[in-house]
Each structure stands twice: as C-alpha cells, then as structure tokens.
Design a protein around this ligand. Structure first.
Ligand code: EPU
Length: 337
C-alpha cells in the first residue's frame, strides 16, 4: 500500500482531463481501504471508481482513493434465478459480459455503459428501457464515520431517474463495497421494445433474440451514437433529460410542433435534452479541443488536452441558451469537481 503524490488523473477519468491529485492511492481490499480511511495525515479524501461520471475542473487537493476491489460470485440460486455479488471495482461492462457468458440475464440492455459496479447504484444507471434498480437486490456500503459496513436494500435506496439515496441523504457518507444483483438463469425477460433495439435486431436478421443478441444490438447502437471514451474523452450524457409539467410541454409544442416527449406520470413528461441541445444549434459544435458530440448532442467531448473548466463553461452556456429559447432548465448529470 503506497501513497503517491502529484499524480495525473488523466487515465482515471473517462473525460481524460489532465488534473492532478495531490495524493493518490489504489486499494485492493476492504482492510486496506479501512486503514487508508484511518490515516490522520490526510483529512481530505475523495473516492474514485471508474471516473466515468465526473468532470475535473481543477487539481484535487485531497487524498484520492481509487477503489479497486475485484471479484464476482454467485451467492444464492434457485431454479430460475442467480444472486450475484460483484465487487465495487469491477468494470461495469466486463461484469455484464461475464453475466452473459454465464447465461445470467437482466443487464444486457445496460451493455457498454462506462464506469464500475460500485458507482452504478449512485446514479441508478440505465439504458434502453432498463435501469439498475430493476435487478439490484442490495449493496454493502462502508460508513465513512463509523467504518462499519451497512446494508442498503433496494427499497432503502430511493432509486429514481438517475438518482438514489447516495446522491442525497447518504451523499459522501458511504463507499459502496459490493452490489448484489438478481438475474435470470432461464426464462429471460427480454426488453426489446425500445425502438432502436427492434430495428437493430431486424438489421442483424435476428427473429428470436437471446440475451447475448440483445447485448450485441445495444453495443452496436451505442457504438454508432456515443463516442468511445478510450478514443474521445467524454462522460456519457452530460445532462439529465428534464421532466416538465404537461402544460409547459403543450406550450412548447405551440412553437416547436416536432418536440419529442416520453410520459413520466399523468401530468409530467420527459423531454430529451439531446433534442433541446440540437435544436438550439449546439450539436457537433467544436470549440478548439472540446465540444458537443456530432451524433448525440447530450454528450460533451474532450478531443484531447481540454481543461475541465472550459467544458464546464460550455455546459453553462448550453444551459443558459436552452433556458432562453425554451424556458426549460436542464441539470448536469455529471458530478462537477
Ligand atoms: N435526440 C435528438 N438529438 C440528439 C440526441 C437525441 O434530437 O442529438 C432526441 C431524439 O428525439 C431521440 C431522443 O432524443 O429519439 C432520445 O435519444 P436517445 O435514445 O439517444 O436517448 P437519450 O434520452 O438522449 C438516454 C440516456 C442514455 C441512454 C439512452 C438510451 C439520459 C440522461 N441519457 O439518452 O444514457 O444510453 O437514453 O436509453 O437519460 C448516460 O447516462 O450516460 C447515457 C448515455
């Protein structure tokens, strides 16, 4: 266990921002993590998972703790279900692929989402009609004050759209150590009703898809729309899709008859922020070494060497412009540090 100093975090955040950590350590197991948390010389600490949902706007004047706990095991099974416990430091997509290789179904629509298992509950990751909460049973989290493990069951996590207790009451108070998922062993329930998946499967000429086929379809869709963080720095969707009252949406329709929406409750709808940003003229715009992705306006990108604060300024300009044109506020999904 060794603490390094003035380390670049470029390879630890998918935006590829070259900010420095004043101190840095990677921990591989729970006892190591607990002893690092007990170090009195480093009062400021920052937990880092896959670094896929953060924008670093300055150097981090803290001890950055890279949570690198590994492993995935079956802890319980019945005829049709397997309960899998996966450690926080497992890469999300590799874990999904491991599940598919073992014919465990449920996570296939969430293939290729960047990040790690341990951060997946924080924002209740989701894609193509499935959210983490649909398969999440519980997680073990280390209480940073007592250094004791607490169990959060699904019903205690207050999961919502890109939201959970870990973004609210429990924010910065816990480190998630592992997550238990309930997955199917046979009688898989496929979610192929999301438009793009149906057409992708048709294109692949697959009539009776397996969970692996659905995963492959999702991978193909994501690769066609979303930039690969290994090639172009990004953090997936930078903003959340705003949820607005139906009356507000009806007014918007008067000026923008083509505005898309998805029902949320009887009196609210979700408007795709990507459409708002595209209609405001930002899609594909570049500002030197950063900009708005050409295929999905919800994604801000670092073409190489961009500063986090420049991307933050761009995000604020987008928010202001959207508000001015549509009278709708859009909120960042990414954590700004
Ligand atoms: N749209 C545009 N222009 C764009 C992008 C989108 O007009 O540049 C409109 C289109 O009407 C399109 C609609 O938005 O039909 C929906 O687009 P898409 O299917 O790409 O989904 P999204 O709402 O933009 C959300 C998630 C993604 C997830 C996809 C698929 C959020 C914030 N984002 O995007 O998640 O992959 O659905 O389920 O909810 C992420 O969180 O990092 C992420 C990529």
């Amino acid at each position: 266990m060794q603490i390094s100093h003035n380390i670049s975090l470029k390879n630890y955040n998918t935006f590829g921002i070259d900010a420095k950590a004043r101190h840095f350590i990677s921990v591989n197991n729970l006892p190591e993590l607990i002893s690092v948390l007990q170090l009195k010389d480093y009062p400021n600490k920052l937990m880092l998972g896959g670094g896929s949902n953060m924008l670093l706007t300055k150097d981090v004047d803290a001890l950055v703790i890279h949570v690198n706990l590994k492993g995935a095991t079956i802890i319980k099974e019945d005829t049709n279900h397997a309960f899998i416990k996966a450690s926080a430091g497992e890469n999300w997509h590799e874990f999904v692929l491991w599940c598919l290789d073992n014919n465990f179904g449920g996570l296939e629509n969430m293939s290729l989402i960047p990040g790690n298992v341990g951060t997946s509950p924080i924002q209740n990751i989701g894609a193509y009609g499935v959210e983490l909460k649909d398969h999440f049973v519980s997680c073990e989290a280390l209480n940073l004050e007592t250094l004791e493990i607490e169990i959060f069951k699904n019903e205690n996590c207050n999961f919502g759209y890109r939201n959970s207790v870990f973004k609210n009451e429990a924010k910065n108070k816990y480190i998630i150590i592992n997550v238990v998922f309930k997955l199917t062993k046979k009688e898989h329930q496929l979610h192929t009703n999301y438009g793009a998946i149906i057409s992708q499967l048709e294109e692949m000429q697959i009539k009776t898809p397996t969970i692996k086929d659905v995963s492959n379809a999702v991978i193909a869709i994501r690769q066609s729309k979303l930039p690969d963080p290994k090639k172009i720095g990004n953090s997936g969707s930078f903003f959340k899709n705003p949820i607005i009252p139906i009356e507000v949406f009806e007014k918007l329709k008067q000026n923008f008859p083509k505005a898309p929406s998805y029902p949320v409750t009887d009196n609210t709808v979700k408007v795709p922020a990507g459409w708002l940003i595209e209609t405001a003229g930002f899609k594909g715009k570049t500002f030197g070494n950063y900009g708005v992705h050409k295929n999905q306006a919800l994604v801000l990108v670092n073409y190489g060497g961009a500063k986090g604060k420049d991307i933050l300024e761009l995000s604020k300009l987008i928010q202001k412009t959207i508000y001015r044109i549509f009278n709708i506020s859009i909120e960042a999904e990414v954590n700004i540090l």
